[in-house]
Design a protein around this ligand. Structure first.
Ligand SMILES: Nc1nc2c(c(=O)[nH]1)N[C@H]1C(S)=C(S)[C@@H](COP(=O)(O)OP(=O)(O)OC[C@H]3O[C@@H](n4cnc5c(=O)[nH]c(N)nc54)[C@H](O)[C@@H]3O)O[C@H]1N2
Ligand SMILES: Nc1nc2c(c(=O)[nH]1)N[C@H]1C(S)=C(S)[C@@H](COP(=O)(O)OP(=O)(O)OC[C@H]3O[C@@H](n4cnc5c(=O)[nH]c(N)nc54)[C@H](O)[C@@H]3O)O[C@H]1N2
Ligand code: SF4
Ligand SMILES: [Mo]
Length: 727
């Protein structure tokens, strides 16, 4: 154990002089397409919607990437980010070769090394940890496809602890809540049947700014078909602008509104009685529970007129069961998130939309067997207590719990692998803990494509090639039409970068674990798997996407009994699991804290041009949106004496300041809140475009609310004020 200094860039790794033409090899020919054009099938990796696409190269250089018309995730159209994704290949700031942390003249620096040297370093440290503490002391944090290879490697080694920030910092509360209610989660792609909805209710889902491709398309399709859109959002979001009703709710009070809607549906007998009798349990308890929560009560909490609450409840009932109360996606907000998501699930059950057209369809994936290889041995100890902590109702690791177990000399974990997740900006409130963990861990390995901030904590940084330069596992998601999609490389990896499958397999060789990776090339794995389902790698290289017939119905069959995977076998309006673990079995409303004088709710979200922090340095996407702005209501701007376009800093009640950020004065935000797009404010100068551009929301979050049911990181309870640059 030694004290790890946070490393930015050693001159050794610098790429000074490499900037000319930000698009490097991408300078456009006079007439695009007049050279030698080649195409390759790929799957976009700029976000996790995973649209299948075709990469066009011209004279071996990147030209364009377009959607595959056969793919239900995109129907031939990529979003802004997917189209701009091509520039991730030629980004001159990419990681180029493996580096290890060394001490030179008492100062730490990163030294470029060969892959062999990097693997020797990692294997040596892993063996030392195993000798001193045990083989199960390495934790994996990952987001995205390649993480599976490292999961396999670490399981083969004896470490079974892993977590994805797409759970405890994103979808965890809704997956937990829907699991408790219906016995199944929502999954990804979200099983929403919007194309057939006649009424859609969005609760802080800003679809259209949140650009999950086919989801945006089906929302637009529903609107074209005359569906009623109701948007609940303290901000006049893009979907709010297309809505019949915009409900500018007081931040954090959604559960009050949801309870009032239930109160109206039940008291006015507007719920789907037949569906509830056939499928649900706990209706009487629910009906009693919601009695105090009428629209007049909710008005005082939410600021929404009782008449509007009644009118929207009736609109939902009128369109039911083709009414979708959208479950949201990034739902770790105020800490009471599982309760809010349960209220959403219950409302859908009252409207009879789960398993029905226009509500939620049933998912199916292709039955694709794994490549024959030895199963890694099971864990030696019950690791659930370690990765899930005090949250027995969840079925996966919780990133912040793994971090809790990594802090201090007596901590359980002694090593980390971090694959494709920039933990510093992803898990707010964790910065000081990260520093402590970095001091007490014996090994931190980061696998990334870019010099993200988290690489500054690493002992070893391994450069992965981009998605345009590699094969990955076949896309096989539980969805409406079971499909497989292939990601195949259009280029050889630039510099010394390598694909995740190769990195994990070769490192396995250094740990005497080759038997778990019995292939030379990942094409063998893909071809073998495809042949088991009547296709082949050659066919998929040609078509890119292949649909398979469904074996189960898309919706519940009328009149048929359905057995739900809950303790009662029914849809649980009253949750037995929650009751059994000491939580509220019916959704409970917790009023949020209000900002101190002079402060505002810190609201954040997505923008069309970027995915989190991972695209800010992408030259094409940077050009579209080079910085974020802070949205401020005119009345607040007048009090703060800030002008439109002026640079300010955001400050939280603990005195933490952000980078400078421009003010955008707009009526589209409530006077008690400010809004900024997440992902900006990078602090590592190696990302030369992104460095210092705009402000980072995560660094300002001071009031983190941990969800007592599933352990997620509630991020919306923080406050900021604006400080003028000349103040
Ligand atoms: N403050 C705040 N925190 C949030 C959110 C928020 O809105 N605000 N959103 C939350 C949500 S919804 C989510 S899902 C998570 C997302 O969290 P993350 O996925 O951690 O988000 P990014 O910041 O994009 O970090 C991704 C990292 O992966 C690297 N990367 C990109 N492509 C590849 C690749 O092909 N291979 C490898 N090896 N690395 C790659 C990027 O360079 C970057 O360093 O964050 C959550 N945290
Ligand atoms: N372009 C783009 N699209 C993306 C992503 C991306 O990075 N870029 N990321 C993808 C990922 S991983 C996810 S999880 C999703 C996230 O996207 P969503 O799940 O749609 O959205 P959130 O980021 O949770 O929510 C943002 C909205 O919630 C509103 N809001 C804030 N506070 C409250 C409140 O108290 N009540 C209510 N009702 N609303 C509130 C904000 O004003 C904003 O409009 O987006 C996905 N799509
Ligand atoms: S939604 Fe956009 S960024 Fe996400 S996978 Fe599809 S094209 Fe790529
Ligand atoms: Mo997410």
């Amino acid at each position: 154990m030694y004290r790890r200094e946070f490393l930015k860039l050693s001159a050794l790794m610098g790429s000074a002089g490499l900037l000319p033409g930000l698009l490097g090899g991408c300078s456009a020919p006079p007439l695009p397409g007049s050279g030698e054009v080649a195409t390759r099938r790929t799957v976009c990796n700029i976000c996790f919607w995973q649209c299948a696409a075709t990469l066009y190269t011209e004279n071996g250089k990147p030209w364009k990437v377009v959607g595959n018309p056969k793919d239900p995730h995109c129907n031939g159209r990529l979003c802004t980010r997917g189209t701009g994704g091509i520039a991730s290949y030629s980004d001159p700031d990419r990681l180029r070769q493996p580096v290890i942390r060394v001490s030179r003249n008492g100062k730490q620096t990163f030294q470029p090394v060969t892959w062999e040297e990097a693997f020797d370093t990692i294997a040596g440290k892993m063996r030392a940890i195993a000798r001193e503490h045990g083989r199960d002391r390495i934790a994996l944090f990952s987001h995205g496809d390649g993480g599976k290879h490292f999961q396999r490697l670490l399981q083969a080694y004896g470490s079974h602890a892993y977590a994805h920030p797409s759970f405890a910092q994103c979808r965890g509360p809704r997956e937990t809540a829907f699991g408790l209610t219906f016995g199944e989660g929502v999954g990804s792609p979200d099983r929403t049947d919007m194309a057939n909805s006649r009424c859609i209710v969005l609760i802080g889902s800003h679809i259209g700014e949140n650009l999950h491709n086919s989801q945006v398309q089906t929302l637009m399709q529903a609107l074209d078909q005359g569906a009623t859109l109701i948007t609940v959002d303290p901000r006049f979001s893009v979907p709010a602008s297309k809505s019949r009703h915009w409900l500018p709710i007081k931040p954090g009070t959604d559960t009050a509104l949801l309870l009032a809607w239930m109160n109206v549906l039940i008291n006015e007998q507007l719920y789907d009685r037949t569906y509830v009798e056939q499928h649900c349990s706990g209706f009487d308890e629910l009906a009693r529970h919601v009695q105090p929560y009428n629209p007049e009560w909710a008005y005082l909490e939410t600021g929404l007129e009782p008449a509007l609450i009644r009118e929207t409840a009736r609109a939902m009932a009128q369109a039911a069961p083709a009414t979708l109360i959208h479950p949201g996606r990034h739902v770790t907000w105020y800490g009471d998130d599982t309760q809010r998501c349960r209220a959403i699930a219950i409302l859908n059950a009252l409207l009879g939309s789960w398993g029905r057209p226009g509500g939620f369809y049933q998912q199916e994936k292709v039955d694709l067997p794994p490549y024959p290889a030895p199963e890694p041995p099971g864990p030696e100890r019950d690791w659930k207590a370690i990765v899930q902590g005090d949250y027995p109702l969840v079925s996966t690791g919780i990133s912040n719990v793994l971090i809790d177990h990594s802090v201090g000399p007596g901590a359980f974990f002694k090593g980390w692998f971090i694959y494709a997740t920039n933990l510093i900006t992803t898990i707010p409130g964790i910065r000081s803990q990260l520093k402590q963990a970095a001091e007490s861990l014996d090994l931190i390995v980061v696998v990334d494509t870019m010099p993200a901030e988290i690489t500054g904590y690493a002992d070893v940084v391994l450069p992965e090639c981009t998605y345009l330069e590699r094969y990955d596992d076949l896309r096989n998601k539980a969805e409406r039409t079971p499909t497989l999609a292939l990601r195949s490389p259009g280029f050889s990896p630039r510099f010394e970068s390598k694909p995740a499958w190769w990195i994990a397999k070769t490192l396995a060789g250094h740990l005497d674990l080759e038997e778990y990776f019995p292939w030379q090339d990942y094409r063998e794995v893909l071809d073998w798997q495809l042949r088991q389902v009547g296709s082949s790698l050659a066919e998929m290289e040609h078509v890119g996407v292949k649909a398979f017939p469904r074996k189960t119905p898309v919706y519940f069959e009328p009149g048929k009994t359905v057995r739900f995977n809950t303790p009662s076998g029914r849809i649980e309006l009253y949750s037995q699991h929650l009751a059994g673990t000491g939580h509220d079995p019916l959704p409970k409303y917790t009023p949020p804290e209000r900002p101190p004088d002079g402060f505002f709710h810190l609201n954040y979200g997505r923008a069309a041009a970027h995915t989190f922090g991972r695209t800010i340095n992408n030259p094409l996407l940077f050009e579209l949106m080079p910085e974020n702005t802070v949205w401020v209501h005119p009345s607040a701007a007048a009090i703060l004496r800030v002008g439109n376009g002026e640079y300010v800093r955001l400050k939280n009640p603990e005195g933490t300041h952000s980078n400078r950020i421009r003010v955008r004065i707009t009526q589209r935000i409530r006077p008690d809140s400010v809004f900024l797009v997440h992902g900006f404010g990078h602090t590592d100068p190696r990302q030369r475009l992104a460095y210092g551009a705009g402000a980072d929301d995560a660094g300002l979050m001071h009031n983190i609310k941990i969800d007592p049911v599933m352990g997620g990181t509630g991020m919306r309870a923080s406050f900021v004020t604006l400080v003028r640059e000349d103040a």
